[in-house]
Design a protein around this ligand. Structure first.
Ligand SMILES: Nc1ncnc2c1ncn2[C@@H]1O[C@H](COP(=O)(O)OP(=O)(O)O)[C@@H](O)[C@H]1O
Ligand SMILES: [Mg+2]
Length: 257
């Protein structure tokens, strides 16, 4: 049964999509099978993998129009697949509002393929709306990417409250898997202060691996490939490989408990 991990933060531009794509690719490099689900109406994850966004995606699966398995596409990374997302998801959040069990649509939608992968990654939109609730209700784990900047902590309390709410209602098994620092610039003292403050508060929940700012990470998406295939030895690729190892260790530790 796949470990379902949702990447969430209602702030945009913090590295959710970049992390889903590149952590996924690095886990696939180690031999694990990974399914990416693009659950953002911007469809950035889909385009960063060069996926066909005209083919049926997660919206059509939620809708019942397409079977989950039929919506799966290959990506340039071996062992990593994707179900695309896009503009039609904006409609989904409206259409779901009046449905019974409206928080569970994604959870139900991915059930048929849960046994087919080691990891399913859900990239969520920059909001705390119904799509993000669905993404949290469908997950075993949540990863919160945080940009190392002064306002990074703004909104974090609200996000954590939402996660607690989901844990208390729709998904008692949801775990805060970790907090991930992204776009780190070691030259600024501020970045270091933010890191220290968050570690002080969240302790071991913070991933030891910190993703630095790296131009390769921002270039790879326009080529439709993950960073490890774009420039295998750049610092961005090496960082996500290191994160993949840390994730695997955490999964082992958690299953030993
Ligand atoms: N570590 C990094 N170094 C440099 N650029 C990055 C890094 N992580 C993300 N980016 C770039 O920053 C922008 C926002 O990242 P993205 O992953 O799309 O955030 P989100 O999904 O949270 O909105 C994108 O243009 C992406 O390419
Ligand atoms: Mg995104």
């Amino acid at each position: 049964m796949a470990n379902v991990i949702t990447f969430a933060n209602q702030k945009g531009g913090v590295g959710k999509t970049t992390t889903a794509a590149n952590l996924g690719a690095c886990l696939a490099e180690t031999g694990r099978s990974v399914l990416l689900i693009d659950f953002d109406s911007q469809g950035n994850l889909s385009s960063s993998m060069g996926a066909d966004r005209d083919a049926p995606g997660i919206y059509q699966v939620l809708d019942g129009e397409t079977e989950a398995r039929a919506a799966i596409q290959e990506t340039p990374q071996e062992r990593m697949h994707i179900i695309t997302g896009g503009a039609d998801l904006t409609g989904a959040s409206v259409e779901l509002v009046n449905q019974a069990r409206r928080e569970f649509f994604l959870r139900e939608a991915i059930k048929p393929v849960r046994d087919d992968y080691d990891f399913i990654f859900i990239d969520s939109p920059p909001s705390l709306g119904l799509l993000t609730l669905n993404a949290l209700a469908a997950a075993d784990n949540v990863v919160i990417p945080l940009q190392t900047e002064y306002f990074a902590l703004e909104g974090l309390t609200q996000l954590l409250q939402n996660i607690k709410r989901v844990q208390g209602s729709f998904n008692v098994d949801l775990e805060l898997f970790g907090i991930l620092f992204t776009m780190y610039d070691s030259r600024t003292r501020l970045a270091n202060d933010v890191v220290q403050e968050v570690i002080g508060y969240f302790g071991k929940r913070v991933f030891r691996t910190i993703i630095p700012r790296n131009i390769r990470l921002s270039e790879a998406p326009s080529h439709g490939i993950p960073v490890n295939l774009y420039d295998a030895e750049c610092v961005g690729a090496r960082s996500y490989r290191k994160l993949a190892e840390e994730v695997l260790q955490r999964v082992e530790t958690a299953s030993a408990r």
